[in-house]
Design a protein. Structure first.
Lengths: 268, 250
């Protein structure tokens, strides 16, 4: 048990504090003798998309699951909207790498499943789900089953389910890694639109440098051995540019290059 | 099956074996095998008689009660074992032991414990069926995709909801497979019970016919029994195929 304490000293300027939807403070996580995370502190500004980027084994998914409340940190704490995280909560929704859809349920029920678990009445939750199914571009597929859909469409169902519960924070664990390249590009564009219009905080785990630079407001680069945040990059100017031109923007290319320069020594 | 370019209907091999049976029976090699035609004629003469119907209802009752108990206890226990390390460690050695144990040897113990009546027969039937049902339900739960479990937690499922909205359905293909094999084993169980515990039902008929060398009657009842077990098993196999579309994509 951690006794409640009043922490006067926070090692970041206080002015930013109010704008953070999620704060991770001094997070450590050990599995036996293996240190997955060591004293990691990171802030996630409200309404923005923060990427966790790093080589495999740097603990980025572990951090995401700690924020989700699926894992307990060995030390440190996570706050969401100022409240400490003790387990999964309705203020966060998760998008899974392998979609995690119910194979025996159709798209409509899958998208409404988060609401179903909360006891929302059938007609109400299906109306909400239908709205988000349309929003992610799956209108007309409500009665289809996951095995009848492509990987990209399944992930859109996973996204609709996460949006339907109307959580403040969307946690995305390599959501586009199991879909093909062209679908992924479309997804990334759609994600930028979502960030712009949904007014939610996105936390996005990826191993793709290009993807991180393309979609992020803030990129936290995590390095292994020992796991830590080595650098925070804010490609702020890119966010005001036309999405069609980002990939040939010199600034985009510079950031991609510099991230690769700092990561390459950790890649076998 | 395709022979010489002709597609044969399903189970046409049975016609061949029926023919072999008939020929062996006609040759009169052994009293043990009367011709199939004689068995079939006997079958229809026996099937409406009072002793047969009595045996059928006694056997069906014991069988249904035994299987029902095996399913109602076996599936939750199996799911619980799959979800809880502690329960699993406690029960798994016993389940494995009873699965491979010669249960027939236990029947005299059951008779001492539960008497010579219907109760012992039902318990014997349950004992034959339940272990494979438990093991399959456990295996079904163990292979549930980890992210489905995490999804349930993330979106706030309580343990009860996780159980009946996710674990049961995700393990259903394996559970049905277990029930199907369990039902087949239960047929053995009910007949062994009726032979060893109290001579009732089909067990009594087998005993009666075998002791009086009424082989045509003996085979006729065996065919009826086999047909019933086969029907139940096929019904479950059909249900299994209904859910198999998602077995590969969980």
């Amino acid at each position: 048990m951690v006794m409640p304490q009043i922490k006067e000293v926070v090692d970041v300027p206080g002015a930013q504090e109010a704008d953070n939807a999620v704060v991770a403070r001094g997070i450590s996580k050990t599995y036996g003798s293996v240190e997955a995370l060591k004293n990691l502190t990171l802030e996630f500004p409200r309404g923005q998309l923060t990427s966790l980027l790093g080589p495999s084994g740097c603990g980025k998914t572990t951090l995401l699951k700690i924020i989700a409340g699926l894992l307990q940190p060995t030390a440190g704490e996570v706050e969401v909207n100022g409240k400490p995280v003790t387990g999964p909560g309705s203020d966060r929704a998760f998008v899974f790498q392998d979609f995690a859809l119910l194979p025996w349920a159709n798209v409509l029920r899958n998208a409404a499943f988060g609401l179903e678990l909360r006891g929302v009445a059938k007609s109400e939750r299906e109306a909400i789900a239908e709205k988000y199914i349309a929003e992610v571009g799956l209108k007309g597929f409500e009665k289809a089953y996951p095995h009848e859909l492509s990987g990209g469409m399944r992930q859109r169902v996973g996204l609709a389910r996460a949006l339907a519960v109307d959580a403040d924070v969307l946690l995305m664990d390599e959501p586009f890694s199991a879909v093909d390249e062209q679908t992924r590009r479309k997804f990334q564009e759609d994600l930028l639109n979502l960030v712009k219009h949904e007014n939610k905080t996105f936390i996005f785990v990826t191993h793709s440098i290009e993807e991180a630079v393309y979609v992020s407001d803030q990129i936290a680069i995590l390095l292994p051995r020992p796991s830590r945040v080595s650098e925070i990059i804010r490609p702020a100017d890119l966010r005001h540019k036309n999405v069609d031109n980002i990939r040939r923007d010199p600034e985009y290319l510079d950031i991609v290059d510099s991230i690769w320069a700092s990561l390459r020594s950790y890649v076998e | 099956m395709i022979v010489f370019g002709y597609r044969l209907p399903a189970m046409s091999s049975l016609i061949l074996w029926a023919l072999v049976w008939e020929i062996v029976g006609r040759l009169g090699l052994t009293f043990f095998v009367p011709p199939l035609s004689e068995v079939v004629v006997t079958l229809f003469s026996v099937i409406g008689t009072a002793p047969f119907l009595k045996a059928l209802s006694e056997t069906a009752q014991a069988f249904a009660a035994g299987v029902l108990a095996a399913v109602l206890i076996g599936i939750p226990v199996g799911i619980l074992m799959g979800k809880s390390r502690l329960v699993d460690e406690l029960l798994l050695p016993w389940v494995n032991m009873f699965l491979s144990a010669p249960l027939t040897a236990l029947v005299p113990v059951l008779m001492v414990l539960f008497g010579f009546g219907m109760k012992s027969i039902i318990i014997t039937t349950t004992l034959f069926a339940i272990w494979i049902i438990i093991l399959n339900a456990r295996a079904g739960v163990l292979q549930i995709n980890r992210s489905l479990v995490e999804m349930a937690r993330c979106y706030g499922a309580n343990p009860f909801q996780a159980f009946y909205k996710i674990y049961f359905w995700a393990a259903l293909p394996e559970i049905l497979g277990g029930v199907r094999i369990g039902v087949i084993r239960a047929v053995k169980g009910v007949i062994i019970g009726q032979l060893l515990i109290s001579i009732v039902g089909f067990g009594a008929l087998f005993e009666l016919y075998a002791n009086n060398f009424l082989m045509a009657h003996f085979w006729a009842v065996l065919i009826v029994l086999f047909a019933m077990a086969f029907t139940v098993s096929e019904l479950l196999a059909y249900l299994e195929r209904r859910v198999s579309y998602y077995a590969a994509s969980r």
